[in-house]
Design a protein around this ligand. Structure first.
Ligand SMILES: CC(C)(COP(=O)(O)OP(=O)(O)OC[C@H]1O[C@@H](n2cnc3c(N)ncnc32)[C@H](O)[C@@H]1OP(=O)(O)O)[C@@H](O)C(=O)NCCC(=O)NCCS
Length: 183
């Protein structure tokens, strides 16, 4: 699946390209929330960091191990965020990751994008389960998961060593059967 595109009422989700590099760097440098809430995001964020990310993104798509989408507003088309699925094929499950540029927060875009990605994961990739975690210091992300229909699975204590500290995360998930019953 080399070229994929999903549409929602306000957004297009499509494969990130090298033309998106400048926007990617701009968003990552707009505030420290990205490095605090995500892995492998240094602050400040350089063009080389973004080039490495794009390479990983391409490798994941080529191998079928991960699918990352650029989130774009329909009319404008620029990258305003990223949403991705990282597969564990033998269990037909995937871990979800996402971010949205600061200027676009609070519009419900992420919740809209998540539903389209669930459809892609369950229908096109034949997944059975999609899950995600968020740091306790990032409750907005947990709220996004709840709004998209994911269920709380538990608190994982000191699950990750991040920025010099062991941090707790909340884990949420959605099963194919439950997604089908709400969509
Ligand atoms: C997490 C993120 C994607 C949310 O984007 P967003 O555009 O604000 O999301 P939405 O508008 O769809 O919803 C956010 C919800 O969280 C709520 N919220 C915001 N700040 C909150 C807080 N401090 N505590 C509790 N809820 C909060 C909002 O009120 C909203 O809920 P509502 O619609 O019921 O009012 C965005 O903040 C982001 O990209 N952050 C940096 C990267 C990141 O954290 N990625 C996720 C890693 S797990």
């Amino acid at each position: 699946m080399q070229n994929f595109e999903l549409k929602t009422s306000r957004l297009i989700l499509s494969r990130p390209t090298k033309n998106d590099l400048d926007d990617f760097v701009l968003h990552m440098n707009s505030c420290e929330d990205f490095s605090k809430n995500l892995f492998n995001i240094p602050f400040p964020y350089t063009r080389q960091d973004a080039e490495n990310w794009f390479q990983k993104c391409d490798d994941g798509i080529e191998s079928g191990e991960s699918y990352r989408f650029a989130i774009r507003e329909k009319e404008i088309g620029k990258l305003i965020g990223v949403i991705g699925l990282h597969l564990t094929k033998e269990h037909r499950k995937a871990e979800l990751g996402y971010w949205l540029g600061k200027d676009f927060w609070g519009k419900g875009y992420l919740t809209e994008a998540l539903k389209a990605v669930f459809e892609f994961g369950f229908n096109d990739l034949q997944l059975n389960k999609i899950y995600a975690t968020h740091f306790i210091h990032n409750p907005a992300s947990g709220r996004v998961m709840q709004k998209a229909g994911m269920e709380f699975e538990g608190l994982l204590k000191q699950e990750y060593f991040h920025q010099g500290k062991f941090l707790d995360v909340n884990r949420y998930a959605i099963l194919k059967k439950d997604f089908e019953s709400i969509s």
